[in-house]
Ligand binder design. Structure first.
Ligand SMILES: [Cu+2]
Length: 115
C-alpha cells in the first residue's frame, strides 16, 4: 500500500501533461488582439481542407456593418484562427465576433453566441 500515494501523484501529472498538450494544440497560433468587432448570422463552418481553404478553418457569416472595416452588411467567408472556435456553434446561430489583421489574412479570433 506504500505505492498508492505515488500512483495518485503520477496519475495527476499525466492529467496535467495531457491538458497542457490539448491547450497547446488549440492555441498553436496564439490569437492576436482584436482590431474590429461585428455581429452576424452563421451560415456555415468549414474545417480544413474545404473548398474555401486547404489548410485553415473558415466560417461563412452574414454579417452586419463592421465599424471601421466594412460599411455594408454582406455575406462572406472569414478564416478562423482555430477550429476550436467552432465548439458549440451551429449554422443559424447569431454571433458576436472579433477580427484581427494578420500578415496573411483577416482572421476571426473570437466568436460568441448571442441569445
Ligand atoms: Cu464583409
Amino acid at each position: 500500500m506504500r505505492y498508492a500515494p505515488r500512483m495518485r501523484k503520477a496519475r495527476g501529472l499525466v492529467t496535467l501533461v495531457v491538458a497542457a498538450a490539448m491547450v497547446g494544440a488549440a492555441s498553436a497560433q496564439p490569437a492576436p488582439p482584436a482590431d474590429w468587432r461585428g455581429t452576424g448570422l452563421v451560415l456555415a463552418m468549414l474545417r480544413p481542407p474545404s473548398e474555401l481553404h486547404a489548410t485553415r478553418p473558415v466560417i461563412v457569416l452574414q454579417h452586419e456593418a463592421i465599424p471601421g472595416l466594412m460599411k455594408e452588411a454582406m455575406t462572406m467567408p472569414f478564416i478562423v484562427a482555430s477550429d476550436a472556435l467552432f465548439a458549440g456553434l451551429h449554422a443559424g446561430d447569431h454571433v458576436a465576433f472579433a477580427l484581427a489583421e494578420t500578415p496573411g489574412a483577416l482572421l476571426v479570433v473570437s466568436i460568441q453566441r448571442l441569445p
